[in-house]
Design a protein around this ligand. Structure first.
Ligand SMILES: NC(=O)c1ccc[n+]([C@@H]2O[C@H](COP(=O)([O-])OP(=O)(O)OC[C@H]3O[C@@H](n4cnc5c(N)ncnc54)[C@H](O)[C@@H]3O)[C@@H](O)[C@H]2O)c1
Ligand SMILES: O=c1ccn([C@@H]2O[C@H](COP(=O)(O)OP(=O)(O)O[C@H]3O[C@H](CO)[C@@H](O)[C@H](O)[C@H]3O)[C@@H](O)[C@H]2O)c(=O)[nH]1
Length: 437
C-alpha cells in the first residue's frame, strides 16, 4: 500500500519506518528542511533504540522516502497520517494549528480517495474539524479517521510493531477496510484492533495517558506519606502490584512524571472537561501533585547542607525525562537544575544521550562531563534524575574517591537502602527512610 506520513517527528518517523518495514511504500513529509535533508542523508535526528536498523533497511530498499513537498508526498497515497505537534496553547488546550493548517492544504491537492488519519493526540471533535477543513476544497471523496498512537519513547519500535492494541475511530466501512488492510501484519501477530467512533477513539488516548499519570501520581503521594509514617514505598509497590487488578507497571514513585505527553495531555483533558462544564477534580490534583513532586528535592538538599547552597558543586546523573531517550521535553532534571543554579550551585551533569539537547537550552550555565564519573569530581553530592541502567551498578570505589562527600539524593530510587548503609553513604530517596543522615 502507498502511504504518506505528514510530520516526521518522533511519532511520524516511527510510524513511517514501521509501516515501511511491514511492506508499504512510505513517503514522510516535513516542513523542516534541515530535518528532511538529514533524513535523506540517512541521519536519524532522534535517539530511539532499534529504529536505526529498520530505518536504514527500508531507505536502502526504497520503501522509505522523505520530502518537504506535501503534494509530492501524498501523491497516490491511500492513507495519509497526520503526525503533527499538538502543543499546549495558552489556555492549556491542545493547539490544533498544525493539524488544521495541513488539513486546509490537503483539500485542493487530493487526487483520489484517501483515508486521512489523525495519529497525533487530539481533543474530542478534531476528526470533525479536520473533515470540515478538507471538504471545503476537496474534489474527491475522503474519510477522516482517528488512530491515536500509544507508543512509549525508548521502546517505540516494539510498541509500534507489537502494540497492546490498535484503536481506530471511524464510522466509514470503506475507511475501516483500508485500515484493516494496513494493520493486517500487526493483527496477524495477535494484536487486537479495536474499532469505535472517532470521538471515542480521541477520548481513549487522553483517558489512557491521564490514567497512567494518575497511577504514578497516586504512588508519589503514597511515597510522600511513607516518608512521614516510616514505611517503604518499594515494598508497598510490590505488595499492591502483585494484585492483578492493579498490575505491576507504572507504580514507580519518583521525582514526578515528565515527557512530551503526560504533562500536556493531562492538561488538555482538564481543559476539555472545563469546556464541557465538567469539574474533573482528579486531574487538577494530578497536575498539582506532579508540579510539587518535581520540586521535592531542593528542600531536602537544603535540609542537608543548610539554606545557603552558594558555592556548592552538585553532580547530576540523568537529564532525559526517562531512560533510553535523548528527549528532554518537560524533564524533571531541567526544573531541578534551574532551581540549583538559582541557589548559586555549580552543576556538573552527565547523561548518555541527552547532553546535546540540554546544551542547546542551558549553554554553558552548567558543565557537561564526558563520563558519569567525571561529573563527580570534587562534587559535594550526587543527584540522580534518570534511572539509566549504567547508574544502577556503578563502581562505588571510584565514586568514593571522586565525591567530596558521600551524599546521594536519588529521585528514582535506583539503589537498595542496605547497600547504601553498608557503604556509608548518606542517602536520600523517594518514599523510603533516609540512610545515615
Ligand atoms: N512523542 C511521543 O512519544 C508520542 C507518542 C504518542 C503520541 N504522540 C503525539 O503525536 C503527535 C506528534 O508528536 P511528536 O512527539 O512526534 O512531535 P514532534 O514535535 O517530535 O514532531 C512533529 C513534526 O511535525 C513537523 N511539522 C510541523 N508542522 C508541519 C507541517 N505543516 N507539515 C509537515 N510537518 C510539520 C515538525 O517539523 C516536526 O518534525 C503529538 O500530538 C503527540 O502528542 C507523541
Ligand atoms: O512507574 C512509572 C512510570 C513512568 N514514570 C514517569 O512517567 C513519565 C512518562 O513515562 P512513559 O509513559 O514511559 O513515557 P512516554 O514516552 O512519555 O509515553 C507516554 O506518553 C506517550 C505519548 O502520548 C504514550 O503514547 C505512551 O503510551 C505513554 O506511556 C516519565 O517521566 C517517567 O519517568 C514514573 O515516574 N513512574
Amino acid at each position: 500500500m502507498k502511504i504518506a506520513v505528514v510530520g516526521t517527528g518522533y511519532v511520524g518517523l516511527v510510524t513511517g519506518t514501521c509501516f515501511a518495514e511491514t511492506g508499504n511504500q512510505v513517503t514522510c513529509v516535513d516542513i523542516d528542511e534541515r530535518k528532511v535533508e538529514k533524513l535523506n542523508n540517512r541521519i536519524i535526528p532522534i535517539y530511539e533504540p532499534g529504529l536505526d536498523v529498520l530505518f536504514h533497511r527500508n531507505v536502502e530498499e526504497g520503501r522509505l522516502k522523505f520530502t518537504t513537498n506535501l503534494a509530492e508526498g501524498i501523491k497516490g497515497a491511500e492513507v495519509i497520517f497526520l503526525a503533527l505537534p499538538t502543543p499546549p496553547g495558552e489556555d492549556g488546550s491542545a493547539d490544533l494549528k498544525y493539524i488544521l493548517g495541513v488539513a486546509n492544504d490537503l483539500g485542493p491537492i487530493l487526487e483520489q480517495y484517501a483515508v486521512i488519519v489523525d495519529k497525533s493526540t487530539v481533543p474530542v471533535g478534531t476528526a470533525e474539524k479536520v473533515h470540515a477543513c478538507i471538504v471545503k476544497s476537496a474534489k474527491v471523496d475522503f474519510d477522516v479517521v482517528s488512530n491515536p498512537e500509544f507508543l512509549r519513547e525508548g521502546v517505540a519500535v516494539e510498541d509500534f510493531m507489537k502494540p497492546d492494541r490498535v484503536v481506530i475511530g471511524t464510522k466509514s466501512d470503506k475507511a475501516k477496510a483500508v485500515m484493516n488492510r494496513l494493520y493486517a501484519p500487526l493483527v496477524r501477530q495477535g494484536n487486537p484492533v479495536i474499532f469505535m467512533d472517532e470521538r471515542s477513539a480521541e477520548m481513549t488516548k487522553y483517558a489512557a495517558n491521564a490514567f497512567l499519570a494518575t497511577k504514578i501520581t497516586f504512588m508519589n503521594e503514597i511515597a510522600n506519606l511513607c516518608e512521614k509514617v516510616g514505611a517503604n514505598v518499594d515494598d508497598i509497590r510490590k505488595g499492591i502490584g502483585t494484585d492483578s487488578r492493579i498490575g505491576k507497571r507504572f507504580l514507580f514513585a519518583g521525582i514526578g512524571y515528565g515527557g512530551s505527553c503526560f504533562p500536556k495531555d493531562v492538561q488538555a483533558l482538564a481543559k476539555t472537561a472545563q469546556d464541557y462544564d465538567y469539574d474533573f477534580k482528579v486531574l487538577q490534583s494530578v497536575m498539582d501533585v506532579n508540579n510539587a513532586q518535581k520540586k521535592r528535592l531542593l528542600p531536602v538538599i537544603k535540609k542537608h547542607f543548610g539554606d545557603d547552597l552558594k558555592g556548592k558543586t552538585i553532580a547530576v546523573w540523568g537529564l532525559a525525562f526517562k531512560p533510553y531517550t535523548d528527549d528532554i521535553r518537560e524533564a524533571p532534571a531541567l526544573d531541578n537544575i534551574r532551581e540549583l543554579l538559582a541557589e548559586g550551585v555549580k552543576v556538573t551533569a552527565y547523561d548518555p544521550e541527552a547532553m546535546e539537547n540540554v546544551r542547546n537550552i542551558l549553554g554553558n550555565q552548567i558543565t557537561f562531563a564526558h563520563t558519569s564519573y567525571a561529573a563527580l569530581d570534587d562534587a559535594d553530592a550526587l543527584v540522580i534524575m534518570t534511572e539509566w541502567p549504567m547508574f544502577r551498578t556503578p563502581e562505588f570505589e571510584k565514586m568514593n574517591l571522586l565525591l567530596k562527600s558521600k551524599v546521594i539524593f536519588d529521585g528514582r530510587n535506583v539503589y537498595e537502602l542496605e547497600q547504601m548503609r553498608e557503604m556509608g553513604y548518606t542517602y536520600y530517596s523517594i518514599g523510603r527512610e533516609v540512610v545515615n543522615s
